[in-house]
Design a protein around this ligand. Sequence first.
Ligand SMILES: Nc1ncnc2c1ncn2[C@@H]1O[C@H](COP(=O)(O)OP(=O)(O)OP(=O)(O)O)[C@@H](O)[C@H]1O
Length: 330
Amino acid sequence: MSLPPMPDQNTLSTYTLHRVIGRGNTSLVRLATDSRGQQVAVKIPHAETLAVQDSAELFGNEVRLTLQFRHPHLVQGFGGTPFGPQAFLAVQFYPGGALSEQLQRDGTPLSMNGALRILADVASALSYLHHLGAVHQDVKTQNVYVNSEGRAALGDLGNTYFIAQGGKISGSPYYMAPEIYHGESSSAASDVYSLGILAYELLSGERPYHGHTYEELMVAHLTRFPPPLAHLNPQVPRNVARLAELALAKRTGERPSADAMRRALLTALGETPADEVYEAEAPLPEAAGRLVGRHGSGVGRAAPPGPASVPPEPVREEGGSRWNPFRRRK
Ligand SMILES: Nc1ncnc2c1ncn2[C@@H]1O[C@H](COP(=O)(O)OP(=O)(O)OP(=O)(O)O)[C@@H](O)[C@H]1O
């Protein structure tokens, strides 16, 4: 039996591994170069991730979906192996790390246009996923990556699933919609709620709801309403503030679509929002299943174009084993 990659291993598949650039609950992330010398980030699941079926499946899910989806505002995948001791995922490398890390490091809030642009890009990625009938389930600053031009991509598709196929309910309590706290399944509207939280955070400098425990956060999300965004930051364009507030509606039916948010954000940036055009090869649930079967372990994609103080984050994951909302959060 082959062993999982050792921390000091220097190659994996066609990638040459370099320094460790990050460590999450699921994987170790190393800077690497592909056979053409282009920089990528390689995610290697921890031995404990592979040892537990649920977490190994989440990693496999992240590999498969990252390689299947193709959108300018989803972190691009280049190659990977979903299961087994040599499991890994090679993705676009973002030298600044995750947006949460960037915000902590810089210590200064984003400019208004910078925040609107990041939100428009994330809304665009969500429109794409929702168009395909998928939900992301984990929109938060830890899963947003921003390049040197200020353009954002949403990553970490481990909890993403196609609604038609069903999946585990999941989320991070700071960003999680009331219906998820109620134990209902997630929908596109649940992602929009998380986008609303992200909008508050980036546009006002603070998350709308606080709490030290899961219960405190649950009470806040279920019973409270944040102050109007315009009071917190009068510079926020009126229509963006209105939609961000609507995104936090307790009832799913009152929330706007991710595409309506995208349009409002682009309009606020002075642009005329066009309809999104999706590639014909966009994966549908059936195709997703087939692709995994056909490729077995290793699946790949085109080479990359080139290098491109928050409290602990409890996560809710449900299904199978005992649910512990604080189990896997940085
Ligand atoms: N594409 C990337 N480019 C640059 N840095 C990255 C990239 N992906 C991950 N990182 C770094 O690695 C860290 C851990 O990544 P990530 O949060 O995706 O780990 P994970 O274990 O897969 O996730 P989780 O903790 O949610 O299970 C990030 O916080 C970031 O610093």
